[in-house]
Write a protein that binds this ligand. Structure first.
Ligand code: ADP
Length: 326
């Protein structure tokens, strides 16, 4: 009745008993393997050394010998005189989350550290007014402004992401007037587009849906902003919202620089940016597309990305017909 895998073995290593889960995790055959040496059955150098050393104060984590992708944590304790009990549990998920968390904290720290270093540099320089000619001061203030905006965006985006991770099921509670929202986004896009002078066309069908307004706005805004940002001056961008088989589709198509195929599967990971864009000091945080992904997952949808180098990119998602307001 144990929820964990359990094995009883003798001090000389001979297997006496195992439960079903242990047979599953370690590929033991029962009762054929009874009496065999444990180190022959669970073949792993670290496990072998662990058994030989005989110090079982700490647990040991090894991949399952039959399923590489399973991480198994093993604890051994004395059971009776001359016998030991080995208890094992699947820690794959725990380990994965732990790695994600570690990576996430490292990324956030790095992303915040970079603008802070710039700010500190300028502050040090300004500490000595004689060393700071007025022209340089102006530049310094501009840069400090840009860096603090960047930090503040980063924190906003992190908060948005963490809010999205709290699941809620009220997706049907609210009707979202997509055409009205897209009208606002169009006005915003116009302002953003002043520097780049792209031709931006909005093709919007009168389709309303059930959903969460903030999440949808955030998703569409990120895709439109990216198209404006990553397309060289004077490009063509089309934003479309229309009925399609099985629902309604939102898409943003640009004729910008495109994205190398090897990056496509990773684009929605947090902090992931294409190499060229990584090095540009200005610009994004790599959180935009992971926000899009989460936002539309709440609407039973997923992000499709098509892109070819030098030709352009198309980002789209389809809201299933069950969420359309008739
Ligand atoms: P960022 O904050 O860097 O924009 P995103 O998650 O929104 O982060 O995008 C991740 C990366 O995907 C960007 O750094 C960029 O390299 C690439 N990308 C996104 N949209 C486009 C686009 N329309 N055209 C070309 N590259 C894009």
């Amino acid at each position: 009745a144990l929820p964990d895998a359990a094995i009883v073995f003798r001090a000389d290593g001979a297997l006496l008993w195992s439960n079903k889960l242990a047979q599953f995790y370690f590929g033991l055959r029962w009762p054929d393997d009874a009496g065999q040496r444990l180190s022959n059955l669970i073949r792993h150098p670290e496990f072998y050394a662990y058994l030989n050393e005989g110090n079982f104060e700490e647990e040991l984590t090894i991949p399952s010998p039959i399923r590489e992708s399973l991480d198994i944590e093993i604890r051994i304790m004395p059971y009776s005189e001359d016998q030991f009990l080995l208890v094992a549990r699947d820690v794959t998920q725990v380990k994965r989350l732990e790695n994600l968390r570690r990576e996430f904290v490292a990324n956030v720290s790095h992303e915040l550290k970079t603008p802070l270093t710039v700010l500190q540099g300028y502050l040090e320089m300004m500490d000595d007014p004689q060393q700071t000619p007025p022209a340089m001061l102006k530049k310094a203030v501009e840069n400090m402004n840009a860096q603090s905006t960047r930090m503040s965006n980063l924190v906003d985006q992190l908060l948005t992401l963490s809010r999205m991770e709290t699941p809620s099921d009220d997706v049907f509670d609210h009707e979202v007037d997509m055409p009205a929202m897209l009208e606002q986004l169009q006005a915003e896009a116009k302002r953003l587009n002043e520097a780049k002078q792209h031709t931006i066309e909005f093709q919007v069908a009168p389709v309303r849906i059930y959903g969460k307004e903030n999440l949808l706005r955030s998703a569409m805004q990120n895709l439109i902003t990216n198209a404006i940002y990553y397309t060289p001056e004077g490009g063509n961008i089309t934003v479309s919202w229309k009925r399609v088989a099985g629902g309604a589709e939102f898409s943003v198509t640009d004729n910008g620089k495109g994205i190398p195929a090897e990056h496509l599967p990773r684009l929605t990971e947090r902090f992931y940016r294409v190499e060229d864009d990584r090095n540009s000091a200005s610009g994004g945080t790599g959180l935009g597309l992971s926000i899009v992904k989460h936002a539309i997952e709440h609407h039973n949808s997923q992000l499709d990305i098509n892109s070819s180098l030098e030709k352009g990119s198309r980002f789209s998602f389809r809201i299933p017909s069950g969420l359309l307001v008739n």
